[in-house]
Structures are given as C-alpha cells and as structure tokens.
Design a protein around this ligand. Structure first.
Ligand code: FAD
Length: 303
C-alpha cells in the first residue's frame, strides 16, 4: 500500500522515539519536558540508548524506570555488548526484565578506542549483535530490534557481508530492524530490496534524524557511514548563525523525507529525537499524528 501526502487519518502510521540518558540535572529536565510533550502522540515505544562498554548503565536504567513509572509509554532499552563479559550483559538484561521491560534494541556497540578502530570482542563476551540477540532471547520472550545500515556499516567490506549480519540477527530472534539515519531515500529502498532478496522479511524501520545542528550531523555522519548529499549541505549552507531559519529548514527537510517515504509505502518511523521535541512533533503533525483525544499537549515551561 502506498500512502499519499495526505495526513494519515486512518491511524495506520506508527512512530517510535529514541532518547539518550541525560548526564546532568539540566539535561534530565529537558529530556523530561520532551518525553511529556511527545507522550500524547502515542508512539509504539520509546527507546533509551546504552553507552558502549556500559558507560551509561545506571543512567539508562534510571531513565527506563522513570518512563515505566511516570508515563503510559512502552520503553525499549538499548543494550550493547562491547567491552562486557557475557555474564555482565546477561545480568543487565535480567535487571531490565525484572523491572518489567520487554522490549530491547540489541547492538554490538562501537569499539572503546573510537569509531573506526578495529573491533575486538571482550574475551568472555558476545562477538556481535547476532550473538547478543541469541543470548537475550534465552532470557525470555522479549521483543528485540536490531540495527540496519542502508549505506552498510563502515566495518562491512560489502553489502553482502552487511546483509548477512542482519540475517543472522533476525535468524537469532530479532523481529525488527531500525536503520541508521540516512537522507537519500533511494539508498534505503535499495537496502530493503537487498534484504528482502536475502530472505529477510522483518520490518526495516527507517531511522529519521531531524537536523538540529547541520555541522554536527555532517561531522558525525562521516564517522558512522551515512552520506550527506550535496543538495542537503546546500540547504543548510550559511545558516550557522541563523538558528530559527535553521530549525524551519530542518523541519521542512525532515517532513519532506518522511512524506516521500510514505509515498513509497512506509508506515512506521523511528525518530532520533536528540532529546528535543519540536522538530519531531512538527514532522509527526505533518503526517497526521496528533495527540490522542482527551490528552492535552504539555507546553514546555517558559525559560
Ligand atoms: P553488528 O550488527 O554486530 O555488526 C555491524 C556490521 O559490522 C555488520 O553489518 C557486519 O557486516 C560488520 N561486521 C561485524 N563483525 C564483522 C566481522 N567479524 N567481519 C566483517 N564484518 C563484520 N551504539 C551504542 O553504543 N549504544 C546504543 O544505544 C546504540 N543504539 C543504536 C541504535 C540504532 C538504531 C543504530 C542503527 C545504531 C546504534 N548504535 C548504538 C551504534 C552501534 O553500536 C554501532 O553502529 C556499532 O558499530 C555496530 O553495532 P551493531 O549492533 O550494528 O553491530
């Protein structure tokens, strides 16, 4: 089924939101404002990232717990296995399960020496995302999402190797893949075709990154193997000191991407929120995702 650019009135579209665990009290306050503002949009789940090597172990757990206790939202805990023994990983997963978490996003994680450094598994650890998924499935009937890379992961020598890893993750029990962010929808569509040809039939949900700061995104993209099309750089050119115009352009760019994906038949979107609500809220509004009736939108407190 293809969707038109009409806002969705049928209620078929689904969205999920990704947050990162805050480091300071001020960041925590901002995250919470964002969570409360996005909650009425009824996402299927909200996910909370996990620092590679367990660097955010407590903060991720605290954030997930607060979502469980103070909202109607379904949290998904991200989990990584880099620099951790199997025992440690199993224990953290068990703690989340005891808390009542049933959804996870399972990632290998980046090497502690930095993105691009050679990956070395912990001597007693899980070697990759696929092994981690298998281990998590042994802990119960959990809903596990994994990563997918429309432009292939930087460590993958070719697409065949990349798709093979995705297949292993799905064979081990993952029921959904969420993509790295991308800005060229043709790349995503080609990747999905490759995956389907390889016999991977789980949803491959596009990860959409509204651009809060183009310079930062361009730097980060290079490190995680996502390309920045020339036309995109051109749209943000000269807006470094124009935050309001930058935000308006970012909203238009993200809405355009999502509306085009809808025309290609996509009905499920994962948003990298960067713990900020406005751009995501605007895009959701554009596609017809509105607050549940009976709920009010909480406005952020005046600064
Ligand atoms: P895997 O799926 O295990 O492998 C990634 C790719 O590397 C594979 O496609 C495979 O082709 C290649 N590869 C792996 N091993 C080999 C090998 N031996 N030989 C050849 N090729 C190989 N990071 C965090 O730290 N915390 C998070 O919360 C987090 N959340 C994320 C959420 C999403 C939706 C995405 C897309 C990424 C996230 N990341 C996160 C980043 C992720 O940890 C990194 O991209 C990491 O480098 C790879 O993890 P993975 O699970 O994708 O790895």
């Amino acid at each position: 089924q293809r969707f038109s650019r009409q806002p969705d009135v049928s209620g078929k579209l689904r969205v999920s939101f990704e947050f990162f665990p805050p480091k300071t009290d001020a960041m925590e306050a901002r995250l919470w404002e964002t969570v409360k503002r996005l909650e009425p949009l009824s996402p299927s789940f909200v996910s909370v990232t996990y620092g590679a090597g367990g660097s955010t172990r407590e903060r991720t757990a605290r954030t997930v717990k607060r979502i469980l206790e103070e909202t109607q939202l379904t949290p998904a805990a991200h989990m990584t296995c880099v620099d951790a023994s199997r025992e440690d990983v199993d224990q953290v997963v068990g703690e989340f399960v005891d808390m009542g978490v049933k959804r996870f996003v399972a990632l290998r994680g980046d090497p502690s020496a930095g993105v691009g450094a050679a990956y070395r598994p912990h001597p007693d650890g899980y070697a990759n995302g696929a092994e981690l998924v298998g281990a998590m499935k042994r802990q119960g009937d959990l809903d596990i999402s994994v990563s997918a890379y429309p432009e292939k992961h930087p460590e993958s020598p070719d697409f065949a190797t990349d798709i093979d890893m995705l297949k292993r993750k799905v064979d081990n029990g993952a029921t959904r893949a969420i993509t790295q962010f991308f800005f060229d929808n043709d790349l995503y569509e080609r990747y999905v075709e490759r995956a389907r040809r390889a016999g991977i039939y789980v949803p491959i949900v596009p990860g959409v990154l509204p651009i809060h700061n183009f310079t930062q995104v361009a730097n980060f993209a290079g490190r995680c193997g996502a390309s920045i099309p020339g036309w995109l750089a051109e749209r943000f050119a000269g807006l470094e000191d124009e935050p309001q115009i930058h935000a308006l352009v970012a909203s238009a760019v993200a809405a355009e991407q999502v509306l085009d994906l809808m025309e290609r038949g996509i009905d499920d979107f994962h948003f990298y929120t960067m713990n900020r609500a406005d751009l995501v809220y605007a895009v959701c509004h554009m596609i017809g995702i509105r607050p549940r009736s009976g709920t009010t939108v909480e406005q952020p407190a005046a600064a």
